[in-house]
Design a protein around this ligand. Structure first.
Ligand code: HEC
Length: 140
């Protein structure tokens, strides 16, 4: 086989592989959390997070607080993965250095955040693998 042919084959394989990778890339609009998971995370969210994070700009208690919904949030996070949010929550929240939530708890809290943003739930709970999903704007 000539060098040119080998290259063409390799390039073909890369194109197919990338297309598959793109097709399997889930987004926040693919029902990646369950309703039960989100509902159960409401109480911990209220206890640990709601003091500083409302879901609408209007409901913020202090101007410096960040909403986890609406334009400022979606604009900042669109195109990034839930993994990034997960790491941020586990390592830096509730923002006093106490880092009280583990991965599983943070996944549940994220499910609640998705629910409050209007993303439709699916059958399975949000998992560590599911957090590879890309954040999109919720489809109305
Ligand atoms: C005492 C206030 C406070 C509490 C409680 C708190 N946060 Fe935060 N959070 C912040 C601040 C302030 C930031 C901005 C980033 C920074 O300065 O660290 C932030 C940033 C974030 C972000 C990134 C938002 C963005 O748009 O970049 C997320 C997600 C988040 N917090 C989630 C949570 C979750 C989930 C909890 C509950 C476990 C929580 N936070 C509890 C103060 C708080």
């Amino acid at each position: 086989m000539t060098f040119g042919k080998t290259c063409a084959l390799i390039m073909g394989a890369v194109v197919v592989w990338s297309a598959c990778a793109l097709a399997s890339q889930k987004t926040t609009n693919d029902g990646i959390y369950s309703k039960a998971q989100a509902d159960a995370a409401k109480a911990p969210y209220v206890k640990l997070c709601s003091e500083c994070h409302a879901f609408t700009v209007a409901a913020l208690k202090q101007p410096k607080d960040l909403p986890l919904g609406e334009e400022p949030f979606l604009k900042k996070w669109e195109g990034r993965t839930l993994d990034e949010l997960l790491t941020l929550i586990v390592t830096t929240m509730p923002n006093d250095g106490s880092a009280v939530v583990n991965d599983d708890e943070a996944l549940n809290l994220l499910a609640y955040v998705l629910q409050q943003n209007g993303f439709a739930p699916g059958k399975a709970a949000l998992s560590k693998e599911g957090a590879a999903a890309v954040i999109e704007r919720p489809k109305k």
